[in-house]
Design a protein around this ligand. Structure first.
Ligand code: SAH
Length: 259
């Protein structure tokens, strides 16, 4: 995939390109990431990219000509032009997935009070990262790019995102790593059982518990299986399932057997 970001602050993206998964994706050749300075497409000697709103009012508006020239400098038949905008479709994991299938994203970052409305005729989609106002589209462009890049083939292991929050309609289950005990806080015993079926069931139960607690809206949209309903009963009654007790007990028997 190729991502071209159109911005008046190209330096903003230097660290972004050189960090972690993004850097690796570029090195592996699954990503080309460029910044295009909109100021390079001005034609006056002051390289002016903004001006006062016609009709009066506050702030400055980004001018139409340099932006359209910048878009044209990179646009191909297979490009999708996105304008980061509070007016846009709200970004979610489903949108991120569909963007990750594109060949070429051109991401336009606004600044000041936004862009001349006529720019929108050259844009395929407006995307918002949430209901708040940022001072510029750069932060929003890194949010979209980061979420998309980690889904590209080869950026991270495919299995890493299968269980993640939002991917299957639920939030992710809790994860732990050593030490086993930290300030009297223990890692749940079931995770040491070696019984992968029981571990997966426990993880599903915790996903359901967390989604129910934190995101009732997601939970209500989720279609429960018969097993899910049993797990929900356990959650509501505050019960540890027989399957969990058995998996833990079998493991301690095995431990004794091998020692
Ligand atoms: N006056 C505009 C806001 C401009 S904010 C309004 O009231 O709608 C300046 C720039 O920041 C915008 O052009 C856009 O590119 C970016 N921006 C601000 N908030 C954003 C958000 N929630 N999502 C995506 N981009 C945003």
């Amino acid at each position: 995939m190729k991502i071209d970001v159109l911005t008046i602050f190209p330096d903003f993206f230097k660290d972004f390109k050189n960090t972690s998964i993004n850097k690796r994706a570029i090195e592996k050749g699954c990503l080309e990431f460029n910044t295009i300075d909109i100021r390079d497409f001005t034609s006056d000697k002051h390289r002016r990219i903004d001006d006062r709103p016609v009709g009066g009012g506050n702030g400055l508006i980004m001018k139409v000509e340099p932006i359209v020239k910048a878009i044209r400098s990179v646009k191909k038949d297979n490009s999708k032009v996105i304008y980061m905008s509070p007016r846009g479709n709200k970004l979610d994991q489903q949108k991120v997935r569909s963007l990750s299938l594109e060949d070429h994203l051109i991401i336009l970052c606004g600044h000041y009070e936004g862009v001349d409305e006529r720019v929108l005729d050259y844009v395929d989609e407006q995307i918002s990262i949430g209901d708040y106002i940022l001072s510029g589209g750069e932060v929003a462009a890194t949010v979209v790019s980061d979420a998309v890049i980690r889904l590209l083939d080869g950026a991270i292991k495919e299995e890493s995102h299968l269980d993640e929050s939002f991917e299957n309609g639920l939030l992710e289950y809790p994860q732990f790593t050593i030490p086993k005990t930290f300030e009297n806080k223990e890692i749940p015993e079931i995770l040491y059982s070696g019984n992968h079926q029981a571990i997966n069931k426990w993880r599903k139960k915790e996903s359901l518990r967390i989604t129910l607690k934190h995101r009732k809206d997601l939970f209500d949209k989720y279609t429960l299986t018969k097993e899910d309903r049993e797990l929900i009963e356990e959650i509501k009654e505050g019960k540890i399932g027989m399957w969990e007790k058995k998996a833990i007990a079998n493991n301690s028997l095995n431990d004794k057997g091998s020692s």
